[in-house]
Ligand binder design. Structure first.
Ligand code: GLN
Length: 377
């Protein structure tokens, strides 16, 4: 048998897949992988039922025209500049393959959403991680460190706001500094904004509004509409550049097109979600579940860093806490250890990410189990 490439040998099961597998295996409450317990909204499901059996063949690789138009209207861009992908993960991979390659460095933050690093490497580029600061103000951008990390090889800045896993929402002032840096060194900006509608304080600033000429925005119907398994994501390209054509050209080499009936359903659902206040309802519901989880953890002695957005919070569970592996196997609660998001620098000690897009019953059960697991032996 011929030998496998080192990159295939080095490729590991994602921390999200691993924790979900262990949660099933050990009957644990899954506060690890971020997928909602609630069903998607009826207006989305009804639209999908109406599309299956009617729209079952390939869509154009750039996306169904009705979905590109709906996304254009939703995001305040021209639909011609939008490319539909099979989930945000594919969108990020397509951008890695389009924008950087051998010899290029890609600047991103640590803790880092897990796919950024392997995707940059598969594209032949070198990911360079800049640690975020964590202090009394919570998580934030370390702008001096970001500036110091730019080299003549830097090609792109890859950020997400609201940020996974910390839940930080970067301020307009911080993002203006990021844009100034990108302009000074002529860098692309890849802005992963899959949690754009999930925030608890100020509305996140979309980077494309500050730097339209160089920003690619990644979005996700799975996150917006509570259907993470549908794999409908998108890329909004810099307007009026024609770059969507290049991006679609790379995109068609992956899954060719996202599932056609699901694209049609998302196209129908996006304006309904906006008109009917679906996102505001989601924010309100998740704010309540965040308070339930954060308050419960604090009552157990944990230090909680409350997020400005996303459906995750980070917490230090305390000195008596077992590690995340023991916790899922024997404590009955799946979490994501923050080390998983620190491929280069050291992670803050004993910190985990917990998802609160789960039912109140699951969150309460997790807190009961944590109360037992966090008692010093
Ligand atoms: N975005 C999800 C999370 O952070 C996981 C995505 C995935 O597993 N592909 O939990």
């Amino acid at each position: 048998m011929p030998e496998l490439l080192p990159r295939a040998r080095a490729s590991q099961e994602s921390i999200f897949a691993r924790m979900s597998r262990l949660a099933v295996q050990h009957g644990a409450v899954n506060l690890g992988q971020g997928f909602p317990s609630d069903a998607p909204p009826a207006f989305l499901l009804d639209a999908a039922r109406g599309a299956v059996g009617r729209l079952d063949q390939y869509a154009p690789p750039a996306g169904l025209p009705v979905l590109r138009e709906a996304l254009g209207a939703d995001l305040g861009v021209d639909g011609a500049d939008v490319v539909v992908t099979s989930g945000a993960t594919e969108a990020l991979n397509v951008l890695a393959l389009t924008l950087y390659g051998p010899g290029d460095e890609v600047l991103t933050l640590e803790p880092v959403f897990d796919v950024y690093v392997p995707q940059a490497r598969l594209a032949g580029a070198t990911p360079v991680m800049v640690p975020m600061r964590l202090d009394a103000r919570g998580w934030g951008l370390d702008l001096p460190a970001l500036r110091a990390a730019v080299t003549p090889r830097t090609r792109a800045l890859l950020l997400n706001t609201p940020h996974n896993p910390t839940g930080a929402v970067f301020s307009r002032a911080e993002l203006e500094e990021v844009v100034a840096l990108a302009r000074q060194h002529d860098l692309w900006i890849v802005s992963d904004e899959v949690y754009d509608e999930l925030y608890f304080g100020d509305r996140p600033v979309a980077l494309r509004t500050l730097a339209p000429e160089r920003t690619f925005t990644v979005g996700s119907a799975g996150k917006r509409l509570e259907a993470t398994g549908w794999r409908v994501g998108w890329i909004a390209c810099p307007p009026g550049t024609g770059l969507a054509g290049n991006v679609a050209g790379i995109r068609q080499q992956g899954s060719f097109c996202a599932p056609t009936p699901l694209q049609a359903a998302v196209a129908a659902a996006l304006p309904v979600a906006r008109r009917d206040g679906f996102y505001a309802g989601l924010r309100q519901e998740y704010a309540g579940r965040m308070a339930l989880l954060a308050g419960g953890l604090e009552a157990l002695g944990a230090t909680v860093y409350r997020p400005g957005g996303t459906y995750f919070l980070t917490a230090q569970l305390g000195p008596a806490a077992p590690d995340a592996g023991t916790l899922v196997e024997r404590g009955g609660v799946a979490t994501i250890p923050l080390e998983a998001f620190y491929p280069t620098h050291g992670a803050p000690q004993g910190m985990v990410r917990l998802a609160f897009c789960k039912s109140r019953g699951e969150i309460e059960q997790a807190l009961d189990r944590l109360a037992a697991a966090l008692v010093p032996a």
